[in-house]
Design a protein around this ligand. Structure first.
Ligand SMILES: Cc1cc2nc3c(=O)[nH]c(=O)nc-3n(C[C@H](O)[C@H](O)[C@H](O)COP(=O)(O)OP(=O)(O)OC[C@H]3O[C@@H](n4cnc5c(N)ncnc54)[C@H](O)[C@@H]3O)c2cc1C
Length: 446
């Protein structure tokens, strides 16, 4: 069993292969130099922590790989797959034979496609190495420009503000996190950023970035897709997890907004691109990621793919093909794919789940927000609002909420069970905060 990519998914899969009873050799190949680590802390406490607290947690305890009999080949890139000979080929020419191969190659930060970028100074955040360099730039008083108000951009903005930087966020869409989060939740998060002094500007795109007297000058314009006059209606970009949504209105910048902004550091958080180069070279089918079936098998029956790099049909959403960039999905698919590599043959059907921490707020989403036909809300007496998305047939398709600390975790996790059971809850008790959500579980088929 050979696993390419020692991130969340690949590492989890390697351990699961052993736990599921595979007695033969397991090889885990990872391109990064460091020991496999958790990625989500990179945009959270790795950026804000004190000097002694900058390492992301390792994915396993010391000695665990050795104890499990997993051979870890670090700082090695798989550059080819000899499908006929069943061998993974490393950049240094080494060849590792496989019976079954897993591609868990993840994703990389999307690069900014704008003029003047050769001026340099743009930071991205995907790896431990990126975080260590960026952390050093977040000094009190530093002028930090963040391009993109998605999860990574906003988490970086929150970390930078917490460290006393002067932070400006530029977002092309009319609101933050437009790809994955219901509007009301995005508004609450945006308010929190503005309250903390973050200058959050939406409906504007980066035009050009140049360097002048040690500063980076950022020129703004209307979003690149918007031609001509003052107001345009444009189709929304493809989401992190699905197809196009409703059109939005973009406005061209007022003259004051069109003035260049000066920054010491610019960070781009403009999405991630699935790492498909190896799969493409091997001639595997690609479709917004490495294309797999519901058992996470690629177009080659001996090669599997899982985690951020793959797109798969989701049975809870009518078989719609999605690609998730989410920590828990990487774990869930890591476990599921290991068992399927050993012949389990079970469809992958876990409910998508995502969280983000910004300042003292945690937002959580179970399910797919863009799948719902309408939204109903439960206003809890503690001020937290849980938003539920229902399909045309009344089926619960998502639940989302934002709150401090652990305030939303329990309700979202109960909603997740309802989504998994394809529950069609009566909206009256669903929205009534006096009715514990738990009681709805009794009415939903298990
Ligand atoms: C800064 C940051 C913050 C995040 N925060 C959250 C969060 O709050 N909540 C949430 O749900 N998700 C979050 N995520 C997303 C989550 O971390 C990812 O979904 C998860 O790490 C995906 O795991 P993966 O194993 O599929 O891919 P990755 O973690 O990207 O791992 C893939 C690994 O494969 C290696 N690799 C690629 N190609 C090759 C090759 N040819 N040969 C050898 N090795 C190769 C790469 O170097 C990499 O180490 C965050 C991500 C980032 C970057």
């Amino acid at each position: 069993m050979v696993v390419v990519g020692a991130g969340e998914c690949g590492t989890r899969a390697a351990f699961e292969l052993r736990e599921a009873g595979w007695n033969g050799p397991i090889t885990l190949v990872g391109a990064e130099h460091s020991r496999p680590y958790e990625r989500p802390p990179l945009s959270k406490y790795v950026l804000t922590g004190s000097e002694g607290n900058v390492e992301p947690p390792a994915l396993y305890e010391d000695g665990a790989l050795r104890d499990a009999g997993i051979e870890y080949v670090a700082a090695a890139t798989v550059t080819g797959v000899d499908r006929e000979g069943h061998e993974a080929v490393l950049a240094d020419g080494r060849r590792i034979p496989y019976e079954r191969l897993l591609l868990a190659t993840g994703a990389s930060a999307r690069r900014l496609p704008v003029a003047g970028i050769e001026a340099g100074g743009v930071h991205y955040l995907r790896s431990r190495a990126d975080a260590i360099v960026l952390r050093d730039r977040l000094r009190p008083g530093a002028r930090i420009g963040v391009i993109g108000a998605g999860f990574i951009g906003l988490e970086v903005a929150a970390a930078a503000a917490a460290r006393g930087c002067a932070v400006t966020v530029i977002e092309a869409a009319p609101r933050p996190m437009s790809r994955a989060v219901p509007a009301a939740i995005a508004t609450a998060v945006a308010d929190r950023h503005r309250q903390a002094g973050v200058d959050l500007r939406c409906g504007l795109a980066m035009e050009r970035l140049t360097r002048q007297d040690g500063a980076l000058l950022l020129e703004l314009g209307a979003p690149r897709e918007a031609p001509g006059p003052a107001v345009q209606r444009l189709p929304h970009r493809r989401g992190w997890s699905g197809p196009a949504a409703e059109p939005h209105t973009y406005t061209v910048p007022r003259p004051s907004e069109a003035l260049p902004l000066a920054f010491d550091t610019v960070v781009a958080g403009v999405g991630a691109v699935p790492e498909t180069a190896l799969a493409e070279k091997a001639g595997l089918a690609i479709d917004n990621g490495v294309r797999v079936d519901d058992r996470l098998i690629t177009s080659d029956p001996d090669i599997f793919a899982a985690g951020d790099c793959c797109s798969f049909p989701h049975p809870l959403y009518g078989g719609r093909r999605i690609r998730l960039e989410a920590w828990r999905n990487a774990q869930d698919q890591g476990r599921a794919v290991a068992r399927n590599m050993l012949g389990d043959g079970r469809p992958f059907a876990a409910v998508p789940w995502f969280w983000s921490d910004q300042f003292d707020l945690t937002l959580q989403i179970a399910g797919l927000p863009d799948a719902a036909a309408r939204e109903v809300v439960r206003d809890r007496p503690d001020g937290v609002t849980i938003r539920f998305g229902l399909g045309d047939d009344g089926r619960l398709l998502y639940a989302a909420a934002v709150g401090t600390g652990n305030a939303v975790a329990k309700d979202i996790s109960l909603a997740e069970i309802l989504i998994a059971r394809r529950a069609v809850p009566d909206p009256a008790p669903l929205t009534d905060p006096a009715v514990p959500l738990k009681t709805l579980l009794r009415q939903a088929p298990s």
